[in-house]
Design a protein. Structure first.
Length: 395
């Protein structure tokens, strides 16, 4: 099978970039030809992205809606080589949905991954001002996003994203071109259906780990948070919970709340801030703790940190929100607590501290990884999505 893999990389490498590379490598290992079509947000001048950036910001906004260069380049790629599938991972902001028209013109089946909520939410998270926000879900035009300047706190930039969503929704760009959407969880799928994507075109396929890091140590102590230091990740909930928890917590990551986190850590001898460690080091650290903490307050479509913990045979204490509720089997592979509730998180940690059969929960976490989140388990699911898309491609 010949696959054109389309992805707009993020300025700061994240889970979507890792997953795209993992799927590409997995397909190649199984003998498929995968040709990448990549744009990189590190190529955008930072000054272009801020408020009041004038002509350059408007030009980038226009590209977000329709990139003439991406359309021409993808059209030429599809003309030069016989592709079976165009797998679209992310087109925002430099590639744009213009490539869908190139694929439709060439008769190539399109698979679209749903790794965030950008098709219905200007900032892609369904989160605003410290709380979940669904004001724009299902609307033809997301005027609330413009009102609240949801993308980069800038009216012009937000207007460009809303224009992208509205124009392609009204012109039915996705409906006419995309045969199969891949959602990471049932919850993520349900949110996209509310946003207008046909339920019958969505398949559920989780993220996987390209390499098995192996289970961690038998003797464990303390807790670990690995992730972005930002409000939607529930960092403040975790810090507040640890005001009454005596067990040690290590925080790994970086983000807009880093200064606040460092100030709070200085006041609490039970918390250690380790900084933004290399990914391999963070995964290694997961194998020595009693549980990983995932305190998110937004609708996580998935939770890559959860399956990394499982691979290390580490239970997870996660907020019961979004896709996390599907990943953590409460009482078996970890514990769920009410999102945004420090007292509930404290209770969950105390339960783990007092658990006599933590090895049993660790074994269940490892078994969950082995059965669901390896490349061997994932490959047949991806291939099934491709086969279905090829059968159902637009005439």
């Amino acid at each position: 099978m010949n696959i054109l893999m389309v992805h707009n990389r993020y300025r700061f490498r994240g889970g979507e970039d890792v997953s795209t590379e993992a799927e590409t490598a997995m397909l190649r290992e199984h003998g498929h030809t995968v040709v990448p079509y990549i744009r990189d947000n590190r190529d955008i001048e930072l000054d272009t992205l801020g408020p009041g950036r004038g002509v350059e910001a408007v030009r980038l906004g226009g590209t977000t809606v329709w990139s003439h260069s991406a359309y021409r380049e993808v059209k030429e790629l599809l003309r030069e080589k016989s592709f079976d599938i165009m797998h679209v991972q992310n087109t925002f902001p430099q590639i744009s949905p213009s490539i869908l028209y190139a694929a439709r013109g060439a008769g190539v089946a399109v698979v679209q991954s749903l790794r965030n909520y950008r098709l219905t939410c200007a900032n892609g998270t369904l989160y605003r001002d410290g709380a979940v926000c669904e004001l724009c879900v299902g609307r033809k035009v997301g005027m609330p996003a413009i009102k609240y300047k949801c993308y980069r706190d800038d009216t012009v930039a937000t207007g460009a994203v809303v224009a992208l969503q509205s124009i392609h929704r009204l012109s039915r760009s996705y409906r006419r071109s995309v045969s199969v959407y891949i959602a990471l969880t049932e919850f993520s799928a349900s949110q996209h259906v509310k946003g207008g994507i046909p339920n019958e075109r969505i398949v559920i396929k989780p993220t996987f780990l390209a390499e098995d890091p192996g289970p961690g140590a038998a003797d464990r102590s303390g807790y670990l948070y690995v992730g972005r230091l930002s409000a939607e990740k529930g960092v403040d909930t975790m810090i507040k919970a640890w005001e009454t928890i005596a067990a040690p917590l290590t925080i790994v990551g970086d983000g807009p709340m880093v200064d606040w986190v460092q100030e709070e850590v200085a006041r609490n001898e039970n918390i250690n801030y380790a900084g933004p460690l290399p990914h391999a080091d963070a995964v290694e650290a997961l194998g020595s703790v009693r549980a990983a903490i995932v305190p998110s307050q937004w609708y996580e479509p998935f939770g890559r940190g959860v399956i990394e913990a499982y691979a290390r045979a580490t239970p997870v204490i996660a907020a019961a929100i979004g896709g996390l509720s599907e990943l953590v089997d409460d009482g078996r592979t970890g514990l769920l607590f009410e999102a945004g509730n420090p007292a509930a998180l404290t209770s969950a940690v105390e339960k783990i501290e007092g658990m006599s059969d933590l090895p049993g929960m660790s074994a269940a976490a490892r078994a969950e990884y082995e059965s669901k989140y390896t490349a061997a388990a994932n490959y047949p699911q991806l291939l099934a999505a491709y086969d279905r898309a090829f059968r159902d491609r637009p005439a």
